[in-house]
Design a protein around this ligand. Structure first.
Ligand code: NDP
Length: 257
């Protein structure tokens, strides 16, 4: 009875920014539990690389080019995938950018708007577009990728634009969940700590940065993409059927201190 709740056989899932990093690990997790997965990434090359990696593991995934900052494109993709597959059951709104390391007083309009456009507006466009179909077709599960940066202020790097956008994702998650709960659409979020992906590779160029991160983390380590993907899988599956509006923190204890 319990093991079945984790299965996703026959389910269609879309992962934005799914070509690499945390997104690609989510793709693998969802595939391993039986879902048919579509990688929707801004870069067709990165999406194709991700598809190749999944094929090497025996999983056939599809790819679509998508820039989550373009609401009309997001709507078109949701319509096309629902038409092609009959229904999309799971959306993982993962696409995000960081552009860390700029002080608030030095942040340009372009910088602020760009980070918020991808990390905040993009998440809403995707939630709205895919939920429109889920609400009229028996429900679905949405998992948004937030961040512990939506709860704390990182140090030593400055990134108010990113932190604010991620806090907004957490609030958006609970507000959407409240609106859609009685119509079968669950919306949850995951708030990861520092994860070993390209996004955090700037740590190598900043002496001492990693030491601060690890000192501030009770587990004294960064996380791996698969450690976020397993939480995403849980929230996407019926194993979390009573959960909606929650932001699950996966941070090695960072927010305990
Ligand atoms: P990566 O940079 O490794 O991967 C992000 C993916 O999203 C890339 O393939 C990127 O393409 C794609 N992408 C970027 N912009 C868009 C867009 N406008 N539309 C569609 N796809 C886009 O990042 P991570 O895997 O590290 O991060 C994934 C999510 O997790 C993000 O939301 C991030 O904020 C969040 N997160 C990450 C943490 C970390 O420490 N890594 C910690 C907490 C949260 P391209 O490379 O071409 O830009």
């Amino acid at each position: 009875m319990f093991a079945d709740k984790f299965r996703l056989d026959g389910k269609i899932a879309v992962v934005t920014g799914g070509g690499k990093g945390i997104g690609l690990s989510c793709v693998q997790a969802l595939c391993e539990f039986g879902a048919k997965v579509v990688i929707a990434d801004i870069s067709p090359e990165i999406a194709a690389e991700g598809q190749k990696k999944m094929a090497a593991l025996g999983f056939e995934v599809e790819t679509r080019e998508l820039d989550v900052t373009k609401p009309q494109d997001v709507e078109a993709l949701a319509a096309e995938l629902n038409e092609t597959f009959g229904k999309v059951h799971v959306l993982v709104a993962n696409a995000g950018i960081a552009r860390s390391g700029v002080a608030a007083e030095d942040t340009t309009d372009e910088h602020w708007l760009n980070v918020n456009d991808v990390n905040y507006n993009g998440v809403f466009w995707c939630n709205r577009a895919f939920a429109r179909h889920m609400l009229t077709s028996g429900g679905g599960a949405i998992v948004n990728i937030g961040s512990m940066s939506g709860i704390i202020s990182n140090r030593p790097q400055k990134q108010t634009y990113y932190n604010a956008a991620k806090a907004a994702v957490h609030q958006m998650t609970s507000s959407l969940a409240a609106e859609w709960a009685d119509r079968g659409v669950r919306v949850n979020a995951v708030a990861p700590t520092y994860i070993e992906t390209e996004m955090t590779s700037y740590r190598h160029d900043n002496a001492g940065m990693i030491d601060v991160w690890l000192r501030d983390t009770p587990m004294h380590r960064m996380g791996r993409p698969d450690e976020i993907a397993s939480v995403v899988h849980f929230l996407a599956s019926d194993a979390s059927s009573l959960m909606t509006g929650t932001t699950v923190v996966a941070d090695g204890g960072f927010t305990c201190w």
